[in-house]
Design a protein around this ligand. Structure first.
Ligand SMILES: Nc1nc2c(c(=O)[nH]1)N[C@H]1C(S)=C(S)[C@@H](COP(=O)(O)OP(=O)(O)OC[C@H]3O[C@@H](n4cnc5c(=O)[nH]c(N)nc54)[C@H](O)[C@@H]3O)O[C@H]1N2
Ligand SMILES: Nc1nc2c(c(=O)[nH]1)N[C@H]1C(S)=C(S)[C@@H](COP(=O)(O)OP(=O)(O)OC[C@H]3O[C@@H](n4cnc5c(=O)[nH]c(N)nc54)[C@H](O)[C@@H]3O)O[C@H]1N2
Ligand SMILES: [Mo]
Length: 764
């Protein structure tokens, strides 16, 4: 923020704001792909690398978790997948000279984009206690150092082991095994901030915390709801699936406070007829709901189905409800008492819009509901997702072709990491199997999730923090609290490909351990190794990089985890760590005996396309709950109270970022270029609050008597629901209170923050 001569605050210097787009893909997507790929990789490397993305013999795209079609085209990546690949396969390097000339204080002054753009880290680095600069350290010394510090802790629970969802199944399995051999379940992961609410709600109601559809179900659906999700940016390949569904006759209902271009119309960027033509219309009905209004919406839809059912319309699948579910009577009684005024207030929708959604729902029994972060990061996220389950149970739309629940996962292997036991509170059956396989007694006390880890570091009970990928400092809520918690640690360890804020906000002592990325060849003991991943629809397949490593000193995540484990646990360890690190087949053999569904893992994952994990509700309409029935639930409709003069802020991703990795400064579909400090507000609210489009405000968060401030955001009058606003993550994480989390999942409420916009004091 700068000040004019007359003292008014000014937006970021390069920021330009134009009208939002109403179509995704097309020529601009092709141009942007080329610009990002060529800028990082050059021509030959771009062609060579992008040709291997998501191919049967190539590597899994390090972007999102959207599944691959069984028939692969020559081009199986999207604009944003190409950016993710280019970011990793860049030719820029961060070597020891870089660290010698950039002290930690200087790294802390750089923003995420500058840090990331400086290139791939090439060798292990150590920040000694009291040092101002990182210095090189050998791998063996680095492992020994971690081992010494961990062994010196008063209890294994004074360490925490974070995982980000790009980690392979093999690395994740070794990592959780190491934490448990050490004696702790402190395994926070990015899921805690992501789809934890989905896992909690689905586990309770259908008995398994994963989605119940395949890609074919999406393409064969009669009606698709896309709720709280922006696939045009975050899962661009989903638009091809939505397009195919539309061509098969599907209708689409978008539920989103913002009008997102990718939900309105799509031009396939790799098909000439589309690029030149007008593309495919996607949403038939666009419900611009208020932030946090979804519980009310689905409860209203349930109520309308029941009313129609009472008057004789065949809209409730009675056979399914009586044969496969329980709790219907209590649910029905509760929903019949629904307060319509509360629905109006919560959703901000017209009754005619609700009726239109209801009519589509009543007309289709092949219904798929897709959702992502717009539903999972609210205080009442778990009840909201349970309410979606209620509606699908009424329609009998689970375990039927073309129907089901579709939480769309974020990171490319976040679902697999959970399956491998990255879980602070795993089921007893998992620990039993793990203990039996390796002849030890895993700890049974639940560990810390992300929010609890931050509290424990703040309070001094966790003092060693190890991070397998990710960017804990930036991705977590309440940035000021989190950073001081990290700084109070004795040791922080980052296993990373690239620099980010978490390398600059360290404990008294810190290590950076650089690892291979997905795109790179991984050779162990003279033999090329492959890893495996699980996508959003439970398909497990192999991934093998093809590029030479960014530096000869890099090690794989598996090798790093096993190196730390060996140095920490010594020769008495019940696990032969070298054997695991030298042959990933050995890891997979262990997995095949520990994790249900992975029988003959090595053999089945080598079949083209891999295999799909079992899912009883999807496969057999069986529900692995305590009673064997799917559960209707009663959810109280509560609306987040937004006092007069305040707005409910949600934090979203721009088109040019992957979480905390900032590729560029543009958010093409939303018409924002050259900057990120913007707040999107409905034009009526801009006027009502006495503000002017284009002026600069400070955003002030208020939570239980505490205030937090994010300074210097340009007001952008924008088509969003009234009473809400939107900003970009992670710039506004400073406003998300650590203690404001979802009930039942403890996910930070990054999509419902009560804020005020205050005219910015002139910058000096
Ligand atoms: N290119 C790219 N791809 C990514 C990522 C990335 O950063 N960049 N991140 C990956 C990860 S880890 C994840 S989890 C996913 C995230 O994928 P998304 O969930 O699509 O990501 P967000 O940008 O958080 O978008 C949330 C959407 O929900 C809407 N929304 C917000 N609040 C509400 C609400 O109360 N109700 C409703 N109905 N809608 C609401 C917002 O307007 C926005 O459209 O994407 C993954 N893929
Ligand atoms: N306000 C707000 N906060 C949010 C969200 C939100 O919507 N709003 N979304 C939340 C969600 S859904 C998520 S998933 C989290 C994301 O939280 P994280 O997963 O912790 O963060 P990322 O930004 O994805 O991590 C990027 C870093 O991972 C490292 N990396 C990249 N590739 C590799 C690799 O192959 N191996 C290793 N070891 N490291 C690698 C790089 O150093 C890179 O800088 O953020 C959460 N925070
Ligand atoms: Mo995520």
């Amino acid at each position: 923020m700068r000040a004019d001569d007359d003292g008014t605050a000014r937006p970021e210097p390069g920021l330009r704001v134009g009208p939002p787009k109403t179509v995704a893909g097309g020529v601009p997507a092709v141009l942007s792909t080329a610009r990002h790929a060529l800028g990082e990789m050059g021509v030959r490397r771009s062609l060579r690398t992008l040709a291997r993305v998501n191919q049967l013999s190539g590597f899994d795209c390090p972007g999102c978790a959207w599944p691959d079609p069984s028939e692969r085209g020559h081009v199986e990546f999207c604009e944003n997948g190409a950016k993710a690949v280019a970011e990793e396969a860049t030719t820029r390097r961060v070597g020891r000279e870089f660290f010698a000339s950039h002290g930690v204080a200087e790294l802390a002054r750089m923003d995420e984009r500058e840090l990331g753009k400086s290139g791939r880290i090439t060798e292990p680095m150590w920040l000694a206690p009291g040092a101002t600069h990182y210095a090189p350290i050998s791998w063996e010394d680095a492992f020994a150092l971690v081992g010494e510090r961990l062994r010196a802790l008063p209890s294994p629970d004074a360490a925490a082991f974070y995982t980000s969802g790009r980690t392979s199944n093999e690395a994740a399995f070794c990592y959780q095994l190491f934490a448990r051999c050490l004696g702790t379940n402190n395994l926070p992961d990015c899921s805690n901030m992501c789809h934890e609410s989905s896992g909690a709600a689905l586990g309770e109601t259908i008995g398994i915390g994963k989605g119940s559809v395949s890609l074919e179900d999406v393409e064969r659906a009669g009606l698709l709801f896309v709720v709280g999700q922006n696939p045009g940016t975050n899962h661009p390949r989903m638009l091809s699936a939505l397009e195919r569904a539309k061509r098969n006759g599907a209708r689409i209902v978008a539920v989103n406070p913002l009008r997102e271009a990718g939900l309105i119309r799509f031009k396939h960027p790799q098909r000439a007829s589309d690029v030149l033509g007008s593309g495919t219309d996607l949403a038939d009905l666009y419900l611009q709901i208020r932030v946090n209004g979804d519980l009310a919406l689905f409860q209203a839809l349930g109520r309308m189905l029941l009313e129609a059912h009472d008057s004789g319309a065949p809209v409730v699948d009675e056979q399914f409800v009586s044969g496969h579910t329980e709790g219907f009577e209590q649910y029905a009684a509760h929903v019949r008492g629904l307060d319509w005024e509360a629905v109006d207030a919560a959703t901000g929708l017209d009754r005619s819009e609700l009726t239109a959604a209801y009519e589509l729902l009543a007309a289709h029994d092949r219904v798929v509901v897709c959702w992502a972060m717009g539903l999972t990061q609210h205080r009442n996220s778990v009840p909201t997702i349970r309410e979606i389950v209620n509606v699908l149970l009424l329609r009998g739309a689970i375990g039927r072709p073309g129907a089901g629940l579709c939480p769309v996962r974020g990171h490319s292997n976040v679902q697999g990491d959970r399956t491998m036991g990255i879980n602070e509170s795993p089921p007893a059956s998992f620990l039993d199997a793990l203990g039996a396989e390796f002849a030890f007694s895993p700890p049974r006390v639940p560990g810390h999730d992300v929010v609890e880890t931050i509290r424990a570091m703040r309070d001094g009970s966790v003092s060693v923090f190890v991070s397998l990928g990710g960017n804990f400092a930036s991705a977590t809520p309440d940035t000021a609290v989190t950073e001081s918690a990290l700084r109070s640690c004795a040791l922080t360890v980052q296993v990373s490909t690239k620099l980010n804020r978490s390398h600059a906000v360290t404990g008294a002592e810190a290590l950076v351990l650089p690892c291979l990325g997905r795109t790179e060849e991984d050779v162990r003991a003279g033999r090329p190794q492959s890893v495996t991943v699980e996508d959003s629809m439970s398909a497990v397949h192999m991934s093998a990089g093809t590029l030479p490593p960014a530096s000869g000193s890099l090690r794989s995540e598996v090798a790093i985890v096993c190196g730390i484990a060996r140095a920490t646990l010594g020769p008495e360890s019940p696990v032969a760590w070298e054997g695991l690190a030298d042959d990933y087949d050995v890891i997979r053999d262990h997995v095949s005996r520990v994790v249900p569904g992975f029988e003959s893992f090595n053999e089945r994952v080598r079949r083209p396309g891999g295999f799909v994990l079992p899912h009883a509700p999807r496969d057999r309409r069986e529900f692995p709950t305590a009673t064997g029935k799917a559960r209707f639930t009663v959810n109280v409709l509560e609306v987040v109270e937004v006092p007069d003069g305040h707005l409910l802020m949600q934090t979203v991703r721009s088109h040019d970022q992957f979480n905390t990795t900032i590729y560029g400064q543009d958010d093409r579909y939303r018409g924002v270029h050259g900057g990120r400090r913007v707040v999107f507000v409905h034009p009526d609210d801009v006027t009502r609050l006495g503000l002017v489009d284009g002026e600069v405000v400070d955003i002030v968060g208020e939570h239980r008597g505490t205030t937090r401030v994010a300074p210097g955001f340009r007001v952008v009058g924008y088509p969003t629901a009234r009473g809400c606003c939107a900003t970009y993550f992670p710039e506004t994480n400073v406003l998300v209170p650590l203690d404001s989390t979802a009930e039942g999942s403890n996910t930070p409420t990054s999509k419902s923050v009560v804020v005020r916009l205050v005219r910015a004091a002139p910058a000096r």
